[in-house]
Design a protein around this ligand. Structure first.
Ligand code: MRU
Length: 366
């Protein structure tokens, strides 16, 4: 995507030394666009756990480069397995992380230690390129839904799309998942407007999605997380499109906390609820999302404290709860397949069912 006329991906290798891995520090957005230069595996692990990089496809891609950096220090079998396990454990819910690490190991195990570094950078680059291609295809398949809504319009009001968290280009290598169709619709002149859930407690909607859409000129409005149901009751949402961190074989969807409540409200108001994902987000080993997807519990301070920019431009963190009140912070929830209108993948759209998924991915048939 372009920022101020310059094209970026969310992760890239420094063209000057071909080894340093570059990312944007997403904890600094939307206030400043800082590039981090990662030269060690431990820095990659820290970037993922601290959410300097986040978003299911992106953490997989960055972890793949993390393994390449680890191999520069020690490319032995033992070290590679140890560092891969450490990277895979940095966040538990998004399956793309485990998928990327497993793919790297499968590719690297037969390679001799002397040739592993080169091979690892090449495989990580392939993971990135494939993610971009997948998301572009998701964009095209999702665009068809928005075109259909545009054709059915009876007034000149825009097509109102609600999204939760951030499933844009900064959450992937490029394009995004849920936002890819929106970018394409906007680019071809369809009148879209996005309701952006702020997405407490880390505010990925207010901070990242709003920044992305604004940088691309897409009309949008930030709303508090509890506003979506009200807007749907009053006919102000035509479609919900969200991303996901893991989809099960029967179509259950893990995504940022609060997604389930949006799906319930959409169901009650007959608003289509679509989930956009690359196939790397499907966990082919899990059927029951409610019981078998690990839900990340993050620090209570993400709930009790708020960080933002003061009028002078300085960053400030303030407490918003009584110091003695405990807080809980489950970071994801699971939306049962029955509440999902459909899935948008790189191979097309399908129902959120086992049959639907297998119709697009027949090679997964047992
Ligand atoms: O905790 P985060 O910010 O990594 O959570 C991100 C989400 O829940 C996204 O919606 C999901 O990863 C899809 S990203 C294309």
């Amino acid at each position: 995507m372009k920022i101020n006329g310059v094209s970026y991906r969310s992760v890239w290798v420094d063209p000057n030394d071909h080894r340093t891995v570059c990312i944007f520090d997403q904890t600094r957005l939307p206030f400043s666009l800082d590039i981090l230069h990662l030269t060690e595996c431990a820095q990659v692990a820290h970037a993922i756990t601290s959410m300097q990089v986040r978003g299911a496809p992106l953490i997989g891609a960055v972890a793949a480069y993390g393994l390449a950096l680890a191999l520069m220090k020690d490319a032995s079998d033992e070290a590679m397995e140890r560092d891969a396990a450490m990277l895979a454990s940095t966040r538990p819910t998004a399956i793309n992380l485990r998928w990327a690490i497993e793919r790297m190991l499968k590719y690297l195990r037969p390679v001799s230690p002397q040739k592993r570094v080169e091979a690892a950078y090449k495989e990580a680059a392939r993971i990135c390129d494939e993610d971009v291609a997948c998301n572009e295809a998701i964009g095209r398949h999702g665009l068809e839904l928005i075109r259909k809504l545009a054709a059915e319009r009876t007034s000149d009001r825009p097509i109102n799309i609600l999204t939760h968290c951030n499933a844009g280009w900064i959450a992937t290598v490029d394009w995004g998942t849920a936002l890819a169709p929106i970018y394409m619709a906007h680019d071809e002149g369809l009148p879209v407007h996005v309701w952006v859930d702020e997405t407490r407690p880390r505010n990925q909607g207010a901070g990242l999605t709003a920044w992305e859409l604004g940088s691309h000129g897409v009309p949008h409005t930030v709303i508090v997380d509890n506003a979506g149901g009200h807007l749907m009751q009053h006919g102000k949402v035509d479609i919900v499109i969200v991303g996901t961190d893991r989809v099960t074989t029967r179509g259950d969807v893990a995504n940022k906390i609060g997604t389930y409540l949006k799906a319930l409200a959409a169901h009650d108001n007959e608003v289509p609820f679509w989930v956009a994902l690359p196939s790397t987000t499907i966990d082919w080993q899990v059927e029951d999302g409610l019981h078998d997807i690990p839900i990340e519990e993050r620090s209570a301070t993400e709930v009790t404290m708020l960080t933002g920019q003061t009028a002078s431009g300085a960053m400030e963190t303030i407490r918003i709860t009584p110091p003695a009140s405990p807080a809980a912070n489950p970071a994801f929830d699971v939306t049962p397949a029955r509440l999902v209108t459909g899935l948008i993948t790189e191979r097309g759209r399908c129902k959120a069912t086992a049959e639907g998924l297998l119709s697009l991915f027949p090679e997964r048939q047992a």
